[in-house]
Ligand binder design. Structure first.
Ligand SMILES: Nc1ncnc2c1ncn2[C@@H]1O[C@H](COP(=O)(O)OP(=O)(O)O)[C@@H](O)[C@H]1O
Ligand SMILES: [Mg+2]
Length: 284
């Protein structure tokens, strides 16, 4: 698949090179640097899970890849095409990047089918019957072909997120970006969404997934990237980064995520009991 739409010319799109190639990416909001030099490559069919504390820049990274944010400096190539090049047709490139957010962003006044056919018709110019056929195929993939006539409010959160995935797939993306797709779901609904994502990974889709689901990252991720403070601190095989992280920051983060209810603040260096003058000091 080519992103530039032209014959010859820019980049080796589809030529076996990386699908996503990020180098020296910086992003600031005003004077505040949020991404401080990201280098990251995602090969065809790779599943890269991005983990890291809140505020470390994970969403901003995905939004730069999806061209929802303009990088301050650096380069992003999608299928060999430099998307920060001012001559690139951003809208066209964006149609090849499927994005799934924490909030499902479905149109409440449209049926599931309506949600899935809207952009296919408006952006890709497909006929109604072609758009419906593509939608149905993708609803089948996420296990919701029987809910095509339902409205979003009639579906559970997990079903709505699976519809959002089917909607993204209906644009025939070359890659899929997920930003904490299960974080807003009730715990019992998380598994169905992860199962759909696992199927998608097994079908060969190139994926970047921001997630706190460490079991998913370990089992489905080819690589795990740990971000902290706008930088990639670790990038390696999932089992290695999760199982034996190299940096202290990743160890602290993983300990907290893997033991969310542990009453253990040793990681914060607060092993001493409260002392007189501390706000939580209680005289014995
Ligand atoms: N549009 C924006 N304007 C100003 N600051 C932003 C904006 N988007 C994100 N930030 C800031 O960038 C930092 C990283 O945010 P984000 O990428 O959402 O992190 P994460 O997804 O890892 O939690 C945060 O400090 C956040 O407040
Ligand atoms: Mg985020």
């Amino acid at each position: 698949m080519r992103l530039d739409g032209g014959a010859g010319g820019a980049g080796g799109a589809g030529g076996g090179g990386p699908v996503i190639e990020i180098s020296g990416l910086h992003k600031s909001f005003g004077a505040t640097p949020v991404l401080k030099g990201i280098d990251l490559t995602v090969g065809a069919g790779d599943v890269v899970c991005v983990i890291g504390p809140s505020g470390s820049g994970k969403s901003t990274l995905l939004r730069c890849v999806n061209l929802l944010e303009q990088p301050t400096a650096g380069s992003i190539k999608l299928l060999g095409v430099e998307v920060t090049d001012p001559d690139v047709d951003i809208d066209r490139v964006r149609t090849h990047v499927g994005m799934v957010f924490q909030s499902f962003n479905l149109f409440p006044h449209k049926t599931v089918m309506g949600n899935l056919t809207l952009a296919q018709r408006g952006v890709l110019g497909r006929s109604e019957s072609e758009a419906r056929a593509v939608a149905l195929r993708n609803l089948e993939q996420v296990g919701l072909a029987d809910r095509a006539g339902a409205y979003p409010a009639e579906l559970s959160g997990g079903q709505q997120q699976r519809v959002a995935i089917a909607r993204a797939l209906s644009m025939d993306p070359a890659m899929m970006l997920f930003d904490e797709p299960t974080s807003a779901l009730d715990p019992e609904l998380v598994g169905d969404v992860l199962a759909v994502m696992r199927d998608l990974a097994e079908s060969g889709m190139t994926m970047m997934v921001v997630t706190h689901e460490m079991a998913f990252a370990r089992e489905v991720g080819d690589r795990v990237v740990f971000m902290d403070d706008g930088r990639v601190m670790e990038d390696g095989p999932a089992a290695q980064v999760i199982g034996s992280p190299r940096t202290e920051r990743a160890r602290v983060f993983l300990h907290r995520v893997l033991n969310p209810t542990a009453v253990d603040d040793s990681e914060l260096g607060q092993t001493e009991p409260p002392q007189p003058g501390d706000p939580d000091y209680v005289p014995q």
